[in-house]
Design a protein around this ligand. Structure first.
Ligand SMILES: [Zn+2]
Length: 373
């Protein structure tokens, strides 16, 4: 075995070194890293390695574990460092509300995490970075018009002192809306919005779910807004649930949608034609829209538990026919049945599975208050 081959096998063996954390990506925790940064001493998945490469080799020198040549001193450096050692250094001070990216998260979260961690070194100082200056954040974001659907710059103002997010259409005028952050949700929807930095905000307005579609041209800016919203919600949670551990509160900040996609829906009689609707499952709320980026859903359905009569089953009730070449299922809620069809068999199974999981989950006190909102 040549010395290069020996180095490579030593390096690959480091993936399994006990307590090293090297068996999952240092940044998104995806399994089986294939790459490493030879100067930062971390093992990485393919996607995160790509964002490391974008930082430039003066910050991170990316190499393939199996295809590149490794010198003995480089392997020794990787052995002396590794993912857990780097975590202690680069993630010393990550605020609890900060969103760590997972293997399936949008690229903007992954990229900004990597930039914050290794380039801006936001988490290595003695004090955490503040996403709200003096409890407020203000700036401009592109917002999609409710009627004309055009994205235009609007001023946004997040205030941790009264727990609101305001936005303004005209300067020095009253805000267009004052959004209490208590029931407000924020999540990234890059695919639906065809924009890598696209973020959706959902809140309650006059008893309906109102959706805002926002983006910033700058990835750091939109992720800073997202984390500022999380920070403000953390402050609110501390007041609303005194005595609850911060770690627990940090899990209740904002939510990603469980699932979104097109389904066909027919009316109650069995005679109506099928209409295609965009469905979004947000925790215990199922919303359906005429178009994916509508400001308001056509309907917003609270989902309770199996014991209360919420059910989903394959196929349609007697008297109903599936739309040609689709796969039907029935969603039953107390007093109503929804007859739905998915374009693919797997898609139907996937919807049924996530709905069933919601029905099997016990209701929390927050869930119950959401039911009557
Ligand atoms: Zn990764």
């Amino acid at each position: 075995m040549s010395s290069l081959e020996k180095n490579r096998s030593k390096l690959v063996a480091l993936l399994a070194k006990p307590g090293s954390g090297n068996n999952s990506c240092a940044d998104c925790l995806d399994t089986d890293p294939d790459w490493a940064s030879s100067n930062l001493g971390v093992f990485l998945c393919t996607k995160c390695a790509g964002f490391h490469r974008n930082l430039g080799s003066h910050i991170s020198k990316v190499k393939s574990l199996r295809l590149d040549n490794w010198e003995s001193h480089q392997v020794e450096f990787m052995d002396a460092n590794g993912n857990m050692v780097a975590k202690e250094k680069f993630e010393k001070n990550v605020p609890l509300f900060y969103r760590h990216p997972g293997p399936n998260d949008p690229d903007v979260l992954r990229e900004q995490w990597i930039r914050a961690k290794y380039d801006r070194k936001e988490f290595t100082g003695p004090e955490p970075v503040h996403y709200l200056q003096g409890g407020v954040k203000e700036g401009y974001l592109y917002k999609r018009g409710k009627d004309d659907h055009r994205f235009q710059l609007r001023r946004f103002f997040l205030n941790e002192h009264d727990y609101t997010l305001r936005y303004f259409v005209k300067e020095n005028k009253e805000p267009k809306d004052v959004i209490p952050i208590q029931d407000m949700n924020a999540c990234f929807c890059p695919l639906k919005m065809s924009n890598p930095n696209g973020m959706q905000i959902t809140y309650l307005k006059d008893g309906n779910s109102r959706c805002l579609y926002l983006y910033s041209e700058d990835g750091k800016d939109i992720v800073d807004w997202y984390n500022a919203i999380r920070a403000a919600k953390m402050t609110l949670n501390r007041v609303a649930f005194p005595g609850t551990k911060d770690k627990v509160l940090a899990r209740r900040l904002v939510r990603d949608f469980i699932k979104e996609g097109w389904l066909w829906k027919t009316g109650p009689s069995g005679k109506e034609s099928y209409k295609q609707r965009w469905f979004s499952l947000d925790d215990r709320r199922l919303m359906y829209f005429n178009q994916p980026m509508d400001a308001y859903p056509i309907k917003d359905i609270f989902l309770g538990t199996e014991e209360e009569g919420y059910k989903v089953r394959e196929g349609l009730p007697p008297g109903f026919r599936e739309k040609e070449q689709t796969y039907g299922f029935t969603l039953k809620i107390p007093g109503r049945e929804f007859k739905l069809c998915a374009d693919a068999h797997d898609e139907r199974q996937s919807w049924m599975k996530v709905l069933m999981q919601v029905f099997q989950r016990p209701l929390s006190p927050q869930d119950n208050s959401a039911r009557f909102r």
